[in-house]
Design a protein around this ligand. Structure first.
Ligand code: FES
Length: 180
């Protein structure tokens, strides 16, 4: 009997450490749960992202065409220097005598200051890079801030442009004007 009475007190002191162990285990479990919760949310995002990717992939494949728009912009020639590839810009008869014509996509302006004399300049304004728009009364005019350039040599005739329009190389033959 005494042995059983002695055993009982031994069991009681043994339980509190057991509770602490359980509390510690719960704490660890809670921490683990918190960590795994973060992991779950990340995993969940990744999972939903995968689903969205799959959906987007399906949508992108059916219309098949946001990229053609960028292809169009790719067709725009680079600013500043006109590119010559031997392409026919115009017929000489398209260029008015004493005036000219702006080829915005090529960023070139072709003028005919005198009959049969053709000149070409960059159509990019030397002020802030707008494309010149019209030719009137002997000048090539920029619509942005009013710079004006001489049709015969591209020199500045008015406005804020600091420099003349650079010359562009053209070749005139058989009634056609080509970029060199
Ligand atoms: Fe041509 Fe300013 S960009 S006048």
């Amino acid at each position: 009997m005494t042995a059983s009475q002695e055993q009982a007190p031994e069991q009681h002191p043994a339980r509190p450490p057991g509770r602490r162990t359980v509390m510690a285990a719960v704490g660890a479990a809670g921490l683990a749960a918190a960590l795994s919760a973060c992991g779950d949310s990340d995993g969940g995002d990744g999972g939903s992202g995968d689903v969205q990717d799959g959906t987007n992939g399906g949508q992108a494949s059916s219309p098949g065409g946001p990229t053609p728009g960028s292809g169009d912009t790719g067709g725009t020639p680079p600013a500043e220097k006109p590119e010559g590839d031997g392409k026919v810009l115009a017929k000489t008869s398209d260029i008015p005598e004493g005036g000219g014509k702006v080829f915005a996509s090529e960023r070139v302006v072709v003028t005919q200051p005198k009959a049969g004399e053709f000149k070409a300049f960059s159509a990019t304004c030397t002020h802030q890079g707008c494309v010149v728009k019209e030719i009137a009364e002997g000048t090539i005019n920029c619509p942005c801030h009013g710079s004006r350039f001489d049709v015969s040599d591209g020199s500045v005739k008015g406005g804020p442009a600091p420099r003349p329009l650079p010359s562009a190389a053209i070749e005139v033959s058989e009634g056609s004007i080509r970029l060199k």
